[in-house]
Write a new protein. Structure first.
Length: 354
């Protein structure tokens, strides 16, 4: 089957031309394929405490070595490693609040998400609340090497004051003009929040779209922005129903008005991470809470189901409880996984054709 990036699918949608994807004859969701034998998975780092966020520090000329931020939520901190010396872990920000992770009350973690606001100097950290408190968005001016910030030493703190808007931030994405945050923890709404970027600072945090009301699906757990070369959409992974396996949705929204333009079944259980490769392919993490042995990393290809646009999930790696992913300058995909126990989180490197 030809590989057609979902960014290409959206491009076809925008100009009104039919997709060239292979027809899949199925009464249910498009069958999941497995190409994991074509990819190599290695462990970069072990012993992490509930890692839930990854971000690459850009700006270096070399692709062989670069800095990678890891949100070690179980310890309420953000650490930094250089990929050529991953054993040398440096604390960058400490003191974030911790709470029980949903569906696993024995595991604590603030569900911290990471994204660079500027390539090297400013880091967005979302999450980190306790109990039923709504999460905040914080921006940090990164310290010099050797210095450590406390969670309170942020350059900006943002929260939404809008009625019925709150919950826990579980995913974030950024374009040149705005940052977007997916929230869970509220029963009816499943908000995507938006903050415009002005002079390398975040503006007010405002509601963009209530995805649960819009689709009737589960909480939005993952979010990505289509590549700059394509028509701009927000791509949102919405949790499936725990009582209905394979029911996780992929939805596409306008980043300007929050208008829903496309909704696709995926056949996955619980999408918790989304990222585009440099070639425009969309990849997803499936936590598969119902049966973690089915969790993994998937490429989402364009397909057709009964004459309608659909997507085909193709497994490229089996990973138990994956939690975050990021494509790096060396061409590899780095994936954080929670692990079977609170102190058994890992950072994985996946190599192959992306």
């Amino acid at each position: 089957m030809p590989r057609i990036a979902l960014s290409a699918l959206i491009l076809l949608l925008a100009v009104g031309r039919p997709s060239a994807a292979q027809q899949v004859d199925s009464a249910g969701s498009v069958p999941i394929a497995d190409q994991s034998s074509s990819y190599t998975v290695s462990t970069v780092l072990g012993g992490l405490h509930s890692p839930t966020g990854l971000a690459i520090r850009g700006g270096l000329a070399s692709k062989r070595t670069f800095d990678l931020f890891i949100a070690e939520s179980g310890l309420g901190r953000v650490v930094l490693i250089s990929v050529d010396r991953p054993e040398e872990i440096r604390e960058v920000i400490t003191g974030f609040a911790r709470r029980a992770i949903s569906l696993d009350s024995a595991r604590s973690g603030g569900l911290l998400g990471l994204q660079m606001l500027t390539p090297r100097s400013k880091l967005i950290v979302s999450g980190g609340s306790t109990g039923d408190s709504d999460d905040m968005v914080r921006v940090y001016l990164l310290p010099d090497q050797g210095d450590v910030l406390s969670a309170e030493q942020s350059d900006q703190v943002l929260g939404s004051n809008a009625e019925n808007v709150g919950g826990h931030h579980v995913g974030l994405a950024k374009t040149q003009k705005a940052a977007f945050f997916a929230t869970s923890g509220d029963e009816h709404y499943g908000w995507i929040l938006k903050s415009n970027i002005e002079a390398n600072r975040l503006a007010d945090l405002k509601p963009l779209v209530a995805t649960k009301k819009e689709t009737g699906g589960g909480a939005p757990m993952a979010i990505a922005a289509t590549p700059p070369s394509r028509p701009q959409f927000l791509v949102v992974g919405q949790q499936g129903n725990l009582a209905a396996p394979h029911s996780s949705l992929l939805t596409f929204y306008s980043p300007m008005k929050g208008t829903r333009v496309l909704e696709l079944p995926t056949g996955l259980h619980a999408i918790v991470g989304l990222a585009y490769s440099r070639t425009g392919q969309l990849y997803a993490l499936d936590a598969a809470w119902q049966d973690v042995s089915q969790g993994g990393v998937y490429r989402l290809d364009d397909a057709q189901l009964n004459g309608q646009q659909a997507c085909r999930a193709v497994k490229i790696a089996s990973v138990s409880l994956p939690s975050a992913l990021v494509f790096a300058p060396d061409g590899a995909l780095y994936v954080a996984a929670l692990g079977e126990a609170a102190q058994e989180g890992t950072l994985l490197k996946i190599v192959g054709e992306f």
